[in-house]
Design a protein around this ligand. Structure first.
Ligand code: IMP
Length: 193
């Protein structure tokens, strides 16, 4: 069976990738299951750069099939911030505080458009690189709402949605999210191989 290493130890992420990729005949391993104990610094200025950095670091150690992803939120009114800094925006410690900060910044904004981005870098065992990108357009809500999800979900309303992402079930979010869109492209590519 072909081994495929996910450049992450996030159990939620690993579970999702296993579910999608094992039916294609991959034995999906987390970084720690593959015995890799490195933390790759996300020093890139784009999602593509960061996912490539992470995938390359693991590929160079193993020469096996590797997947690395990066994701975040871009807000037009904030010149596409927080972008690649979504997880650590302005050094603010909690997701709730980051959401409050964004709402305060946007209190007089006429343009509340935003998008979640996810890039997935795949490097196969011969070293061939592919990049897949998923974009989920939407707007920033007027106030925080909902208990599901994580990060910016309580303030993001996807296109054609009436409520924030934190009001959607995990199942519904996973059908339309930026991650779902990038993963679909990855899956189509792998199936075509
Ligand atoms: P990473 O790709 O796991 O490094 O995630 C980067 C950051 O982007 C997360 O910590 C969140 O703040 C934000 N983010 C990415 N995807 C989502 C999402 O689906 N919902 C809410 N926030 C997200």
């Amino acid at each position: 069976m072909k081994e495929l290493i996910i450049a992450s130890n996030n159990q939620g992420k690993i579970k999702e990738y296993k579910y999608i990729l094992e039916p294609l005949g991959f034995n999906v391993l987390s970084q720690s299951e593959a015995g890799i104990d490195i933390e790759v610094e996300e020093t890139g200025t784009t999602f593509e750069e960061n996912s490539l950095l992470k995938a390359k670091a693991i590929y160079n150690l193993t020469h096996k099939n590797v997947i690395a992803d990066d994701s975040g939120l871009e807000i037009s009114y904030l010149n596409n911030e927080p972008g690649v800094y979504s997880a650590r925006y302005k050094g603010i410690k909690t997701a709730l505080e980051r959401n409050k900060y964004v709402l305060e910044k946007l209190k007089d904004a006429a343009d509340r458009s935003a998008r979640f981005i996810c890039t997935i870098c795949y490097i196969d065992d011969s070293g061939h690189e592919e990049m897949f990108k998923g974009i989920w357009n939407g707007t920033i809500a007027e106030c925080i709402s909902g208990d599901n999800g994580f990060g910016y979900d309580p303030i993001f309303i996807g296109e054609n949605q009436k409520v924030t992402t934190a009001n959607l079930s995990e199942n519904d979010k996973n059908k339309i999210s930026h991650r779902a869109r990038a993963t679909k492209k990855l899956l189509e590519y792998l199936k075509s191989k």
